[in-house]
Design a binder for this molecule. Structure first.
Ligand code: GLU
Length: 265
């Protein structure tokens, strides 16, 4: 049996996408949301340091505003995210508090990552929050960030968060079981690849296109995220977020999804 050694990871960045957090209706998948918060709380209780990168601001905003559709234009998405981000944090704060945990909201834009002084400041904020036993919950500052809605999305964001937190492991929870050698949505013979050393051209060649409309990710974005995490040799896992209990398997070192090791060459 393969042992991923993910059981040694202490500081873990978990990215959860809109397609995992919401139903096809665009409304929050409450059962999954509650379970995710409970499992993360339990891992925190076990001594793990957890940073959550959560999408869902646009979806939550659309629900609060009763839009009845996922916003299309950038202006509409940014306004909807402003409404939804606070709703999302209210829900996280309420749910985590049931288990005695305190959350902290961090909204990032790409220029924070690209500007050394601002990046160093963000690094120390994360460090301080973790030392205070908080669970930082991160999203892109969608309402003021035009890059977010056009390229990259939270897959990319989560990789940068893993870098600035010096994470031991990045877990990307999505609506797909892992990385496949062909697109499993169109090719029934596609096989999941349990482990990859790193992402290179041959891996890109196997990747399919974008996923569902409710998320901005898709496999290419996840592979790019893995390459960002490779800068600091942080392993990244791509797993299905349908059952948040998969996080227990990961911390117990059981193989699941796809792990991209990103080890030093
Ligand atoms: N930041 C966006 C949101 O919270 C989603 C971006 C993404 O899923 O990549 O709705």
């Amino acid at each position: 049996m393969l042992i991923h050694q993910t059981n040694n990871a202490n500081r873990i960045v978990v990215k959860v996408g809109s397609s995992t957090l919401t139903y096809g209706t665009g409304l929050i998948h409450l059962r999954r949301f509650e379970r995710l918060v409970k499992v993360l709380s339990d891992l925190r209780n076990a001594g793990k340091e957890i940073v959550l990168v959560s999408s869902g601001a646009v979806s939550a905003g659309a629900a609060v505003l009763g839009l009845g559709h996922h916003p299309e234009t950038t202006e509409e998405k940014q306004a909807t995210a402003a409404v939804g981000q606070s709703e999302l944090m209210r829900m996280y704060s309420e749910e985590f508090s049931k288990f005695g945990h305190t959350v902290a909201q961090i909204l990032l834009t790409k220029d924070v990552i690209d500007t050394p002084v601002r990046r160093a400041n963000a690094e120390s904020t994360f460090k301080t929050l973790l030392s205070m036993h908080c669970i930082p919950i991160v999203n892109e500052n969608d309402s003021v960030s035009f890059e977010e809605l056009n390229f990259g999305g939270n897959d990319t964001l989560s990789a940068y968060v893993a870098l600035i937190c010096s994470a031991d492991l990045l877990i990307n929870m999505s609506d797909i079981d892992g990385f496949y050698d062909a697109d499993p949505r169109s090719n029934p013979r596609a096989k999941r690849i349990p482990e990859l050393d790193r992402v290179d051209e041959s891996v890109y060649a196997m990747a399919g296109g974008a996923g569902t409309r409710r998320g901005t990710g898709g496999m290419i974005a996840k592979l790019k995220a893995a390459q960002i995490a490779e800068q600091a040799h942080i392993p990244m896992m791509i797993v299905n977020g349908v059952d948040p209990d998969i996080l227990y398997d990961i911390v117990e070192g059981k193989p699941c999804g796809t792990i991209i090791y990103n080890r030093e060459a």
